[in-house]
Design a protein around this ligand. Structure first.
Ligand code: NDP
Length: 284
């Protein structure tokens, strides 16, 4: 097992690769395979599982619930609330519905999926209530840009935020300008979503990029593993690739053992540099 870990503000420590679930739970015919893939991931130490009430309109949470059966204590469970549910009684009901689908009595980390009509004060209020009720262990946000994080820091209780989950992969590096260094300064882990650029769908050719492939060859690894190793080479970053086959899950778990050299990181940096000025937060 690798020693690559992130530590949350309450000292909970986790491996820097977890498992995503977007698009799981869409098709009944895929369900067995998805459950098996998640279970294989847990077995291999990919114990953070990221889901949301949005994914397959609750279907992904049901898949996660099945994967956790009999081993809830091994999983660090992350789910997300729709922005329009992120305040007041609707938020309590949304969380309770997630808990039912997940077959558990608590979510370890509950995230605001993106910023919507509710004020940050209302969302923090909801999160505090859910925490007091024992329904969530801690809370965080997703898709918040630098200015949003500054606004959150002005809200009473806002600094209890445990993470910001944002899009981050080798071909989308805007967060390195401000969001990432600021979160690192706060010692707040950043969760990198789409770490594989959705297997290249978000950036055509990324998995076939000549520099990525040359480094993959050097490390006797796949291009996907190089993308993951690159993401988690950044301090305080945890990648949450989604994989629905055991083969992919095992490859992703093995990426925890790849430490890219300074030379390899430099080559990737030259080939796919970070922007030199502020860019709007990338989202999907
Ligand atoms: P990813 O970058 O994780 O890519 C997923 C794709 O990569 C799938 O097609 C998968 O195929 C493939 N894949 C997985 N492992 C490998 C591998 N080792 N080699 C080759 N291909 C591989 O994209 P996601 O959009 O799924 O992002 C990850 C997770 O982040 C989501 O599932 C979700 O939990 C979260 N997310 C959060 C968002 C937010 O707004 N907060 C937005 C988007 C995602 P296969 O399934 O066939 O294994």
């Amino acid at each position: 097992m690798s020693d690559k870990t992130v530590t949350f503000n309450d000292k909970v420590m986790l491996p820097t690769i977890g498992q995503g679930t977007w698009y799981m739970g869409e098709k009944a015919s895929q369900r067995r395979q998805e459950v098996d893939a998640l279970r294989a991931g847990i077995e291999r130490g990919l114990t953070l599982i990221d889901t949301a009430e949005m994914y397959a309109e609750g279907g992904a949470e049901e898949v996660v619930g099945e994967a956790m059966k009999g081993q809830r204590d091994k999983v660090f469970l992350v789910s997300k609330v729709y922005p329009w549910n992120a305040g007041g009684p609707k938020g309590i009901a949304a969380c309770e519905a997630s808990l039912r689908r997940l077959g558990t009595d608590h979510i370890d980390l509950y995230l605001l999926h993106w910023r919507g009509n509710h004020t940050l004060e209302e969302t923090v209020g909801l999160m505090e209530t859910l925490q007091q009720q024992g329904k969530i262990g801690r809370w965080g946000v997703s898709n918040l840009d630098y200015a949003d994080m500054q606004a959150l820091w002005q809200v009473p209780g806002g600094k209890a935020c445990a993470t910001n989950q944002v899009l981050y992969h080798l071909a989308s590096r805007g967060i390195e300008y401000d969001v990432l260094p600021w979160c690192q300064e706060q010692q707040m882990p950043v969760m990198a979503y789409c770490p594989l650029a959705q297997a290249g769908r978000l950036r055509a050719g990324l998995l076939n990029h000549p520099v990525v492939n040359a480094i993959a060859q050097e490390y006797n690894a796949t291009a996907a593993q190089v993308l993951l190793a690159w993401v988690i080479s950044h301090r305080g970053v945890i990648a949450i690739p989604k994989a629905s086959s055991i083969k992919h899950v095992e490859e992703n778990a093995d990426a925890l053992d790849i430490s890219l050299s300074a030379e390899a990181l430099l080559k990737l940096d030259v080939a796919l540099p970070a922007p030199k000025q502020k860019t709007a937060l990338d989202i999907v």
